[in-house]
Each structure stands twice: as structure tokens, then as C-alpha cells.
Design a protein around this ligand. Structure first.
Ligand code: BGC
Length: 727
């Protein structure tokens, strides 16, 4: 298993094409490149998926991320046969993703024209130059054989909802190709470059270079090629930038790229001794998070399916703040800040949304793209029986998103000690979110409390419920956080505080009187008003009631009148507010809700894992951890909701895997000033080693059994099992 750094598969099954596209994904935060073969096209789901570049699919109201034409397209022709793995059974085939270096490799032997012809390809999406992709392509045969190579830009694009690009101009000359495209709705430009190196006598035309090679037995023929993708501000100087990369050449680009990955692993790796499978799955999860993080921009979030395609419209959800942000705030402050500044930058969209629904303040998009206007449609799922769009209320009612963002901002400030975020728009964002909640809430004078009615909590199978416990407590915290942040700003910038100058009587009243559902006499917190009265059935029972595969259980579907929930809801709340509930309450609720939870979202298992680790159910925690950490390795997730395709990678689960390992098993938690480490490792894990940035200190933590060693503390405070750490 080579320490978990290589993800590899020998042999080929046509059924793997889709899964492997996601599983072997490359990315650099600017683009994702699916794990497809060089000779594949749209039918085999090739995608160069772009972060933060969106447009309407032609003739639809569906706005989604744009896939670019593929500049690495390459195929060999021997005789009349195209060596395409999806059409010809290979003699041998191997696909490898090296997650240490962000490099994809394949080696395939085809038997054609009486010869074994082997294609070897190595490629990467540059971490050091965000617009660049690079490919080294090698062919070798065991007999003399004439082959033709066809390589260039493939403009036949896999779009899941409709066309996004029209083509404005094409150039094909001197082993160079260039394609200028325009998006159909906003007419934004996209420029794609390609250049092959090490080839003579190619015919150039139609964005392709075609050349013949008289391949001699056992003599390799090799060439390299580079691709460049540019849009938005990177369009300026795009050709110069691309040609600079061409001048540098494949090998230089490769070593620069590897050097960046080395730095990434230096701060983000988690080393587990005693459990190779967990080690690999966790590293693989970290790999995904790092390859999709917005390293260079604060203008885009992380899509719910990473950069693996257009599913979920390429939009960012609460997944980022509640599942991925802990990893970034502890290992890559720059990426964490970019993600939060993206929310500050999209505040105008959130204000428009609040206004559209008749409220004040900021109601953040459930599905957020570049402007912050909500990409979620009112009909987000198709009914599988009638094929009619179903009215869903995710957009209108999943109000907790605004509180999740406030919560994440404050955690970022506390863990990094970077309170400047508040002055850069963070405090104002918090204020606007609170204003939204205040105007959304309903004050009941006879109970002297504010309530949040008609909402959807994390469990999307129960729409339009009252006083969802998760939502209410998140909003209560958002209110408290805003007031704390305000006093913090008063300390760090009296001038800013003075200018902020708002009437806040309502905010104090709201923070004090917002209702938060409490445990009942059995210690159970009701998920929402009336949940206990619902039919007492589990997901297994519902499964047996299904009339059709992929039937949607939400809306007015099967789960809506029962206690079956889609994903962790009360348990998510216990996970977020770990310091506020006793072990007894956590146990009671974990045991009560676990049998009712379908885990129909990949966000669910990690919440159950973390709480299980805290209450000492280590085996349960381990199973849920492995389910989370392996989600993109096994592909064991739902592929359809109704008739909607939802395949791809699962960054929230990737974040959830890190959270479970570090916050769950290593038991890292924090208050304003103290970081505590109270480990409870799974039996097999002899030791665990990782790094954390804690208020500017770069801590190295080694856990062996119950022994904890921390290096790198300067003037911060760290406790172990609650006792001050003294080295
Ligand atoms: C989940 C949401 C999640 C979304 C994107 C849905 O299936 O219910 O909680 O935000 O997927 O990952």
C-alpha cells in the first residue's frame, strides 16, 4: 500500500468509468480534471471543471459551473483502430493517482495490428501555475508498427444540463492550438491553449495535430504537451503566461508542482500507525480538500461535489463552513480566510435574497455561486413517477446557512487569532445575518420568547417545521457571537467600532429570548416541534415501502410523516456544541436518533462518528469514520435523487474524515483561549501524529495511546485531558 500515497487499480471494467472519473480527480482550486483516459470524450464524462465560473445552461433556468474544452485530448490509431479503453478490451491496464504529488498515471496495453502497443501517460494540474495542465505521453510496442497520433483540444464537452459555450475563434498551427469561447448567457470569455512538444511533421487543423510514427519494436516514442485555461481576470496576459509555461517545459513545471504539494503535506498530513486502511483513506480525504481549496482567490467557495463536475450546479453549501472549514483554519489559514472572505464578498447577494423573501439583513444562498444570489431553484428535484419538477423548500427555508457562516467566522478568528477578518467585513456580515434572523423570527408574547417557525433543518426530509433544535441553537449562537465580536472590535479598533454605530437593543433582546429546545425527561431533544408524534419507523421499513428505486423520500414523500431522517440533525448539533451537552445527554440522543437516520447524505456519518468517539463508542465511531473517509474511494453513495444525477466527489465528507480523526479521535477542542487534547484513539491506532496552527503557534502533536506530546507552543495555552500541558 506504500503508506497510503498511491490509489491504484489494475484491470478495467467499463462500469468503473464514472466512479474513476471522480476517484482519480486532479485539481488545483482553479480547475478540476476528472480521472478519465486521454482518449476519452464527453461520453466517458471527461471534464475540465472550472471553479467560480458559472453560466446558464442553454434553454434552461439551471445555472451551473462551466466545463472547459479538454486540451489534453490524445488518441493513438493503429491500422483502423482507435486505441480507446472504453471500446477495446485491453491486455493490461493500470490507473494510479499519486496523492503525495498530485500526479495521475495510466498504463494500458492493447493488442492491435499483431502488436502489443502500450500507452503510458502521466499528467498533473499545476499547483504552482493555476492555469496550466501538463501531460507526458509515451507509446511503446513489442513489434514494429505504424501508428497515427491525434492530439489537440477536444471541444465536445460533457454538460449535464445543456450547452454553456459557443466558439468564437480557433487557431491551429505549429503544434499549437487555441480556442476562444464565450458563455451563452453572460458572454464571458474563456481561452484554451494547447501546445505539443517533441513532435515533427504534424498536420495542424481543427484544433488537432495529427502525425504518424514508425514505431520500432521496444523503442519508446514520447512527447509532452501543455494545456492552459484562462477566464475572468486571468485572461489578461493569458497567451504570455501560457507561453512562459511552454518555455519552462514539462520537467520544470513538474518539479515546481511537486514542491507545492510537499509544502501542503508538511502542514496537513496526519500520520496514523497501525492501520494502513485508515491511513490511506484519511490522506486521500486530505488530498481532495487541498486540491479543491481556493488557494488564489476569495471570489469562490468550494462546490459540494468539489471540482469533479457540474452536479449541485458547482455551488457552495453549508458543507464548506460546517464540515471543511475546521481543516483549513487549523492547517491553511490563507485558504480558510479566502473561503470566509468569499462570503463577505457575496453579502450583496445574501441581502438581495433576504429582501426577495420579505426580510431584512442577509439570507445567504443555499446554493451559492459567484454573486451570492441563490442558484437553488424552487423545483430542485424531479418526481420519479411523473417526471414533473417537485416544489422543494431548500432555498426558502434552510435559514441555518446564515448562522453557520457566522459560527465559522468566529471559530476562524478564535483559532487563528486573526480578528482582522471582522474589520474586513466580517462584523458587518454578522450584523446583517442577525438582522435577518430577527426579522424572520416570531415573538410569542404569551411565552415571552422568539421562535423560528417554518424552517428546514439539516434533515431535508422534513420540510417547513417549527423550532428545529439545530437551527434555533445555531441562531442563538450567531446572536451571542455577534455581540462578542462587537466587543472584540471595540478593543482592536475603537475607530471602526465608533463608525459601526448601530442601534442594537433588539439584538440583545433577541439573543436573550430566542427559544432553544431542551432535553426532555429522558434527555432527548426533540428535532422539531411535533417530531415525537410522527410514525415510529426506521429507514429499513421505508425502504421496503418504496415503489421505485431512487424515489425521493422528502417533500411529501415516504419519510415526511415518519421519524426517519435523512442525515444527522440533533446529533449534528451535539457535534457542533460539544462543550455544552453532558455525556449523558449525548448518549441518550445518539442512541435515540441513530436507528432513525438514513445517512442519505454523505454529511451524516461523520457527525455520528465524532459524537460516538466522545461518548466512548469507539467501534461505532470507527465504522462511521471509515464510511466517511472512504466515500470517494468506494463510491458507495447515492447517485440519483429522483431523476437528478448527484455523483461526484464529496468534500464535506473529506472534511468530516479529518474532523473525526482530529476533533473526534485525537479529541481536539478549544475555547477562546485554550486548546485541549483528550485523545481516544481506535484500538488499532498505535499512534497518531499531526500539525495544527493554533493562534499562530505551529503545533506538532504526537499521540501514543493516552500519551500526548506537543511541540511548538510559545505563548498559547494547551491542555491535555483538561490539565495544563507543561511539555
Ligand atoms: C444534503 C445537504 C448538503 C447538500 C450538498 C444534500 O443532500 O442534505 O445537507 O448541503 O446535499 O452536499
Amino acid at each position: 500500500m506504500t503508506n497510503g500515497w498511491l490509489i491504484a487499480k489494475e484491470g478495467f471494467e467499463p462500469a468503473d468509468i464514472e466512479l474513476h472519473g471522480s476517484k482519480y480527480l486532479l485539481g488545483n482550486g482553479f480547475m478540476g480534471y476528472r480521472g478519465t483516459m486521454e482518449e476519452y470524450g464527453a461520453k466517458q464524462l471527461v471534464a475540465v471543471n472550472l471553479a467560480g465560473f458559472f453560466d446558464l445552461a442553454e434553454n434552461t433556468d439551471w445555472r451551473e459551473s462551466v466545463n472547459a474544452p479538454n486540451p489534453l485530448y490524445t488518441v493513438i490509431i493503429a491500422g483502423d483502430t482507435e486505441l480507446n479503453l472504453s471500446c477495446i478490451k485491453p491486455i493490461k491496464h493500470r490507473q494510479i493517482l499519486d496523492i503525495k504529488n498530485g500526479i495521475h498515471k495510466r498504463e494500458t496495453t492493447f493488442f492491435v495490428c499483431g502488436a502489443n502497443i502500450t500507452v503510458k501517460a502521466e499528467r498533473f494540474v499545476s499547483m504552482s501555475r493555476k492555469n496550466i495542465l501538463a501531460l507526458r505521453y509515451t507509446v511503446i510496442a513489442d513489434k514494429d508498427v505504424m501508428i497515427t497520433v491525434k492530439t489537440g483540444i477536444d471541444k465536445n464537452i460533457w454538460d449535464i444540463s445543456g450547452r454553456h459555450l459557443s466558439y468564437v475563434n480557433e487557431v491551429s498551427e505549429d503544434n499549437y492550438a487555441e480556442l476562444i469561447c464565450k458563455t451563452v448567457q453572460l458572454k464571458n470569455r474563456l481561452r484554451v491553449f494547447e501546445k505539443i512538444i517533441g513532435v515533427k511533421n504534424a498536420t495542424n487543423g481543427n484544433l488537432l495535430h495529427i502525425f504518424n510514427i514508425d514505431l520500432k519494436a521496444n523503442k519508446e516514442f514520447e512527447f509532452t504537451k501543455l494545456g492552459g485555461i484562462y477566464h475572468s481576470e486571468s485572461l489578461d496576459n493569458s497567451k504570455t503566461d501560457f507561453l512562459n509555461a511552454v518555455n519552462s517545459g514539462y520537467d520544470v513545471l513538474k518539479s515546481e508542482h511537486i514542491a507545492v504539494w510537499e509544502n501542503i503535506w508538511e502542514t496537513s498530513d496526519v500520520v496514523i500507525e497501525g492501520d494502513d486502511e485508515a491511513q490511506q483513506a484519511l490522506r486521500y480525504s486530505i488530498y481532495h480538500l487541498c486540491s479543491i481549496a481556493p488557494h488564489n482567490t476569495d471570489r469562490c467557495g468550494i462546490p459540494a461535489r468539489g471540482l469533479s463536475g457540474q452536479v449541485y450546479k458547482g455551488a457552495a453549501f453549508w458543507d464548506t463552513e460546517m464540515f471543511m472549514l475546521p481543516f483549513f483554519q487549523f492547517t491553511d489559514k490563507n485558504a480558510a480566510r479566502n473561503l470566509l472572505m468569499y462570503r463577505v464578498n457575496t453579502l450583496p447577494g445574501a441581502k438581495r435574497k433576504a429582501n426577495e423573501f420579505g426580510f431584512e439583513g442577509a439570507f445567504f444562498a443555499w446554493e451559492s455561486q459567484e454573486t451570492g444570489d441563490d442558484a437553488c431553484t424552487l423545483f430542485n428535484v424531479n418526481d420519479i413517477f411523473t417526471n414533473r419538477p417537485l416544489r422543494t423548500y431548500f432555498k426558502d427555508k434552510q435559514i441555518h446557512i446564515s448562522a453557520d457562516i457566522v459560527f465559522a467566522m468566529w471559530d476562524y478568528c478564535r483559532t487563528t487569532d486573526d480578528y482582522s477578518l471582522l474589520l474586513d467585513g466580517g462584523l458587518n456580515l454578522m450584523y446583517e445575518c442577525l438582522r435577518f434572523f430577527y426579522t424572520y423570527s416570531c415573538f410569542k408574547p404569551y411565552k415571552n420568547r422568539y421562535e423560528l417557525l417554518d424552517v428546514i433543518g439539516p434533515d431535508e426530509y422534513h420540510e417547513r417545521v417549527n423550532n428545529n433544535a439545530f437551527t434555533n441553537i445555531m441562531v442563538k449562537h450567531a446572536a451571542d457571537i455577534f455581540l462578542l465580536a462587537l466587543s472584540r472590535v471595540r478593543e482592536i479598533s475603537p475607530q471602526y467600532f465608533k463608525e459601526f454605530n448601530k442601534d442594537l437593543d433588539w439584538a440583545y433582546d433577541f439573543a436573550e429570548k430566542l427559544y432553544v429546545p431542551q432535553p426532555d425527561e429522558n434527555g432527548i431533544i426533540e428535532q422539531f416541534d411535533g417530531y415525537f408524534q410522527l410514525e415510529d419507523v426506521t429507514p429499513e421499513v421505508l425502504k421496503a415501502r418504496e415503489l421505485k428505486e431512487n424515489e425521493y423520500w422528502g417533500g411529501h414523500g415516504l419519510a415526511s410523516t415518519t421519524r426517519t431522517l435523512k442525515q444527522a440533525d440533533v446529533v449534528m448539533m451535539l457535534n457542533v456544541f460539544r462543550n455544552e451537552y453532558s455525556t449523558v445527554i449525548k448518549k441518550a440522543n445518539w442512541e435515540f436518533y441513530e436507528p432513525y437516520t438514513e445517512h442519505g447524505s454523505s454529511l451524516s456519518a461523520c457527525a455520528y462518528a465524532i459524537v460516538a468517539a466522545e461518548i466512548g463508542y469507539i467501534d461505532w465511531a470507527y465504522n462511521y469514520f471509515m464510511k466517511t473517509a472512504k466515500v470517494d474511494l468506494t463510491g458507495n453513495t447515492k447517485q440519483y435523487v429522483g431523476s437528478q444525477y448527484i455523483g461526484g466527489t464529496h468534500p464535506a465528507a473529506n472534511g468530516g474524515a479529518w474532523n473525526t480523526a482530529v476533533l473526534g479521535f485525537a479529541g481536539v477542542s478549544f475555547t477562546d483561549n485554550i486548546l485541549d487534547i483528550s485523545p481516544r484513539l481506535p484500538k488499532k491506532w498505535r499512534s497518531m501524529k499531526f500539525k495544527l496552527n493554533w493562534k499562530g503557534d505551529k503545533l506538532s502533536i504526537t499521540i501514543t495511546g493516552e500519551q500526548v506530546k506537543v511541540c511548538g507552543i510559545t505563548d498559547t495555552r494547551v491542555t491535555v485531558y483538561g490539565k495544563e500541558y507543561s511539555g
